[in-house]
Design a binder for this molecule. Structure first.
Ligand code: IMP
Ligand code: MG
Length: 177
């Protein structure tokens, strides 16, 4: 599967992911006690994280999905975020938790946050598995973070390079040469 000119280096093992996801799930379970939050993942990458996360959460919750694309250069997103697939239900009056694989410039999450706010969600929190703080271009309040990572191009656990590597059960740094 790995092309000749590409090399993968393990960054976060399957075990470490699992352990940290359980910790975040416990934190969310506590913070939302007695509430019925809706977990919204941003496809495609965020769907993998959401699936594992909610299975560790013992709340009366629902899930929904949204897909967005941001037009920019190949490796960096821009402020032009378009919805490719919308949610299946309104979020008005709901406690929403947005679940995303990775926050980089912040454009994608900022756009989705603003859309859900316009639609009058009761509360909105953001949960990301990976955060590359050095790369941020717009301010986004992230409430739950799995791992802060340096400015490296990563793949695996839902995160792709040209649609590949999403199926890796761990996070790896992709080195091309
Ligand atoms: P943002 O709008 O720049 O924050 O972009 C977030 C999106 O960019 C993520 O959902 C990923 O699809 C993509 N992305 C950011 N960093 C990486 C990376 O290291 N590998 C693969 N995709 C990435
Ligand atoms: Mg993405």
């Amino acid at each position: 599967m790995v092309k000749k000119e590409e090399k993968l280096e393990l960054l976060i093992s399957e075990n470490k992911l699992k352990k940290r996801i359980k910790e975040i799930a416990d934190e969310i379970s506590k913070d939302y006690e007695g509430k019925k939050p809706v977990f919204i993942s941003i496809l495609k990458g965020g769907g993998f994280f959401l699936a594992d996360l909610v299975r560790e959460i013992k709340l009366d919750l629902t899930v929904d999905y949204i897909a967005a694309s941001s037009y920019g250069s190949n490796t960096e997103s821009s402020g032009n975020v378009h919805i490719l697939k919308d949610l299946s239900a309104p979020v008005e009056g709901k406690d929403v938790i947005i679940v995303e694989d990775i926050i980089d410039t912040g454009y994608t999450l900022k756009a989705i946050y603003d859309i859900l706010k316009t639609r009058k969600a009761k509360s909105i929190k953001i949960c990301v598995l990976l955060d590359k703080p050095e790369r941020r271009k717009v301010k986004v309040a992230v409430d739950y973070v799995g791992f802060k990572i340096p400015d490296l191009f990563v793949v695996g656990y839902g995160i792709d390079y040209a649609e590949r590597y999403r199926n890796l059960p761990y996070i790896a740094v992709l080195k091309s040469h």
